[in-house]
Ligand binder design. Structure first.
Ligand SMILES: *Cc1c(COP(=O)(O)O)cnc(C)c1O
Length: 452
């Protein structure tokens, strides 16, 4: 059985079920697997003929061995992944993987849907209830709210920064109701995250059975390994020396951690291009070895990536044999040399993001929204600096549907992206959410009043 340790190293390793239901380790560290299962090349070869949900089962069962029944896991993956994962050819051997076909048209559906089902499974076994607290910079909140909506043992509270999410993103959360409560703060995403973290470490709130659904939950990380395997399996040439380079638009670095784990599991990833917006603290860290958060975070077009201190960096640091605590303090320096061999960090400005939306569309008919544009720009900067290899497989991730950003697409391209079915009809639904002051006292009082 693979247990999960805390990146702060002050908690005993725990089984998956416990890490999933807790979210954050008691020492405020993030859970990481004690060992990483390696998938033999011949099994990876066999993925080429499998459907997405079958690959999801094959990848996750290796982490969850002895911790969930095979048949249960099979039905969870099948139920969670009932939508398409398009791999759009752009030019040469370069592709965009569209992770935007789920119920909220964001890649966060991949993680949220599987995590919700895993939690539901364990809570039913234990006759327990949970209150999920989550902070969102836009897409997490709607993906979490939708993934848990209507479930019996789980209630959800989502905090979001009033000015940093688009109308449509907000409506995807605030029109649900039932077991889903939404709170807007006149603050930054990072402030929302601070309140959530404080509630987790407040023993007065233990009675609520708090849990997290942010990308800090290990239950979200494991499903995010799968699409790396999937895209490689479907796009590779079939030679033994096939490899792939991914460009990952990154904010809180959950997506890139999924990719890192995929690599450690044996997926031949030659390079990770870590594409950030102007919140480029990680890019600077790669260059200098010194980590400095960006406070407050910078408000960029790719709003779901406006993260001045990505939580998952402590996991990455741990993977490279270092220790970083939740404040960003590094007590053991990771292997920077190896990290720089594996990763290529780029920062993309808003001007470049907009220009690339226009360029990709004009040159290739490729329709991107701001987050995907940061990813594609990152790839193009990498090619300019390192050189293009027309034979190499490159895959850039598109993490949201362009129709989630209609004003921006309209302003740049003069067209209205067609709404996917999941986003239709939102305009006429009634919104319901509360507003709170950005203080922990106000938030705590709210929780105590509304959840007894
Ligand atoms: C959350 C999000 C990201 C960033 O993903 P991380 O795992 O936080 O790095 C990128 N694009 C979109 C659309 C997102 O919602």
């Amino acid at each position: 059985m693979i247990k999960l340790y805390s990146t702060n190293l002050k908690t005993e390793p725990v089984p998956f079920r416990e890490a999933l239901l807790k979210g954050l380790a008691p020492d405020k560290g993030l859970f990481m697997p004690e060992s990483i299962p390696v998938i033999p090349p011949e099994i990876i070869d066999s993925f080429t003929d499998m459907e997405y949900h079958e690959i999801a089962y094959e990848v996750s069962r290796r982490f969850l061995k002895g911790q969930i029944d095979d048949e249960v896991l099979k039905s969870i993956t099948k139920d969670a992944y009932n939508y398409e994962v398009p791999l759009e050819h752009v030019y040469e051997n370069k592709y965009v993987m569209r992770l935007d076909q789920g119920p909220t048209a964001s890649f966060k559906d991949f993680a949220a849907r599987m995590m919700a089902r895993l939690m539901q499974h364990y809570l039913t076994l234990e006759h327990r209830k949970l209150l999920i607290l989550t902070a969102t910079s836009g897409d997490t909140g709607s993906a979490i709210a939708n993934a848990y909506y209507g479930l019996d043992h789980i209630k959800v509270v989502v905090l979001f920064p009033l000015d940093e999410v688009s109308d449509r993103q907000r409506k995807q959360m605030t029109t649900l109701g039932k077991n889903v409560q939404i709170i807007g703060l006149d603050a930054k995403f990072d402030d929302c995250q601070i309140l959530v973290k404080e509630a987790f470490s407040d023993s007065d709130l233990d009675y609520l059975g708090l849990s997290s659904a942010n990308s800090i939950n290990i239950g979200r990380l494991i499903p995010q390994i799968v699409y790396y395997f999937y895209s490689f399996a479907k796009l590779r040439k079939g030679n033994t020396d096939d490899s792939v380079i991914f460009s990952i638009p990154s904010g809180n670095f959950g997506d890139m951690m999924g990719g890192m784990l995929a690599g450690r599991m044996g997926l031949p990833i030659k390079k990770y291009i870590i594409s950030c917006n102007e919140n480029d603290e990680f890019v600077q860290f790669l260059h200098t070895g010194k980590y400095a958060k960006i406070v407050p975070s910078i408000n960029c077009l790719s709003s779901a990536m406006n993260v001045g201190h990505p939580s998952n960096i402590s996991r990455l640091v741990s993977l490279y044999n270092g220790v970083m605590d939740e404040t960003g303090h590094i007590s053991v320096q990771p292997d920077m040399e190896q990290m720089n061999k594996d990763l290529f960090g780029v920062s993309v400005t808003d001007e470049e993001t907009k220009a690339m939306i226009a360029d990709a569309y004009q040159k290739h008919g490729l329709l991107l929204e701001p987050h995907g544009s940061v990813g594609w720009s990152g790839l193009s900067k990498y090619l300019a600096e390192v050189g293009n290899d027309s034979e190499q497989l490159y895959i850039s991730l598109e993490t949201a549907h362009p129709a989630k950003f209609p004003e921006q697409i309209q302003a740049i391209l003069g067209l209205d992206p067609k709404l996917p079915p999941s986003l239709q009809g939102l305009e006429t639904k009634k919104e319901q959410f509360d507003e709170l002051d950005n203080t922990y006292e106000a938030f705590k009082a709210y929780l105590k009043k509304n959840y007894k």
